[in-house]
Design a protein around this ligand. Sequence first.
Ligand code: ATP
Ligand code: ZN
Length: 655
Amino acid sequence: MDTTGQTRAACLVQVLGADLYTKVQECKLLVVGAGGIGCELLKNLALAGFQHIEVIDLDTIEVTNLNRQFLFQKQHVGQSKAKVQAFAPSCAMWDVAACQSAPSFSLRAASIDFFRVHEHQVASEAVRRFNPALKIVAHHANIFDADFNLAYFERFDLVLNALDNLKARRHVNRMCLAANRPLIESGSAGYLGQVSVHLKGVSECYECQEKPKPKSYPACTIRNTPSAMIHCIVWAKFLFTHLFGVVDDENDVAPNPDDPELEQSAQTSSDSEPSAPATTDNAEARQSTRDWAEQHHHDPNLLVRKLFQRDIGMLLKMDNLWKNRTPPVPVDFDQPLDDTRDNSSGKLPDQRVWSLQQCVDKFTQSGAALRDRLHAAGADGLVWDKDDDEAMDFVCAAANLRARVFHLAPESRFDVKSKAGNIIPAIPTTNAMVAGLIIAEAYKVLQGRLEACRTVYVSRQIASRNKLLTPLKLEPPNPNCLVCRDKPMLILRTNLQQLTLRTLAEDVLKQELCLAVPEMTLSDGRMILAAPDEDDDEDDRRILETKLYPRTLASFNIGDGSECKVTDDLQGMILTLTFRQTEELAEDQPFVLERHGAVTAEPPAPSEAQPSTSDAVLIADDDETTPGSGEGATSKRLCAADEDDAVDCKRSKAE
Ligand SMILES: Nc1ncnc2c1ncn2[C@@H]1O[C@H](COP(=O)(O)OP(=O)(O)OP(=O)(O)O)[C@@H](O)[C@H]1O
Ligand SMILES: [Zn+2]
């Protein structure tokens, strides 16, 4: 077989039939995400004969992507994923000869062969002719950008998601519903994978079934009484953001004298022995760690003593906390630090557990480097990233120092990184299977064989039918879905005297409901929240931040039973929110959102064939909570997950 585009086309016509091949050629595709699945998908799309593709990805290529994102090579590190992808398949377009010469017919193996052979010729004209018709437009951008609006989505026949986070997936789902475009969703986590098809009015939308929320921990456990290494890691990440991120005292990790456990104990013991004062009279306890650090020029040598000696001393004074717990032991910096734990022999540096002295050294070295970077960054501050070595060293050292203080087993940098970065092993084979399944479903959508579309699960254990893949019929839309149901209504139960407009806008609307640019209008016509306008200047923003956001809902005359209309023009969402006054919510739960007027039809029962982990597959790699951008119902809880949703929850480089 020769390798001309013509031969390829002839083969495709034979395999697909002329009708479907024409549809494939004419189909305008949007691919969102150009990572592990996205790379495989793009290669498949090119080989499958698709000719009009736009791809959007906000990220740049990292060395850690190279082991499984085969369209990328070493020289691409630092470049836009979307742009390199757009270039690679059209230039290096699939040398069929290379495929055939591979010992087994493996396209991925062939691609590696191809790149090895043609590394310096990828742009050559000879190769270009393999698929001269393929046009890929690449956007190095965030799918939330206003440019990708309804009109943009309407330009496509089909949207394919290859994302890694819930927030972006939810957004694309809404855009596809608004534009009435079919969406094929995909995800993988280790050996598990999933592909699902979402057709407006025909099948469930991506949000018809609620997804599990990222794990969070009570703030008091994190600040005062950690009992597991993950608590120390969450603490260390908040410490990083508090010290080096945008100034926000919500992220302070200093001992918390308002721990409800202290109050309870104080009440129960009020008749007997008085509890030690919770150090509220201590000026240092009231000063934020960030202020303290700034006052001391972020001196890491002073900081390490404050955090692991003085602050621990403060915690020890809250003696009610230690009645039933082993009290922490501050690091004694005046004694030689115990260096006995050295299990390094034969292990890679990242797999070694740092000694106490090494932790202190790493803390001070990375702390000094981060301080300098903070000075250069100015008000924007730094954002934690597991692939930023200094940031990772800082978190690893701080978490391990805290672990030792609280008698917890220290962990290697490798283990801390997988927890802090919420790393889920990514297996290229699973990604390849998922990408193949996406194409199979795309063909059915193009043929209009909607009844033949399936949600397909890839599982490790061969299911009862002795197959790795479990296809399930699509479920009809959930009549209670907040997103695809007509005129959805919600009830917000909260203390209207306490809940601020900021919490409503940032935590309820943006975080919980995943709206991109929400607006709120009360039933008397007053608009209390407007989407930012291009003409908005600094003053407008300052007014929102300093005058409107801190106001309670009651101060806007919102009372029990008040209603407001919430809209999001970008996502085409309109919903009604009814406020209900309550003072009975738990301390760490400032509000509860409920569906109103829910249709009582039984939600579709999960099929037995569905792998129990299936839900997690699509979102298991998700971590949305951004310290500093509000944590929704978790505002008194601290999330294990990473900051910036989109770019975090990375998959590992393993396998
Ligand atoms: N809001 C968004 N807009 C555009 N692209 C996004 C958005 N959110 C996530 N993505 C992209 O989706 C892709 C998902 O790919 P994948 O799950 O393989 O993660 P990865 O970032 O490539 O891998 P790793 O996390 O291990 O570095 C990423 O390239 C990411 O940049
Ligand atoms: Zn729905």
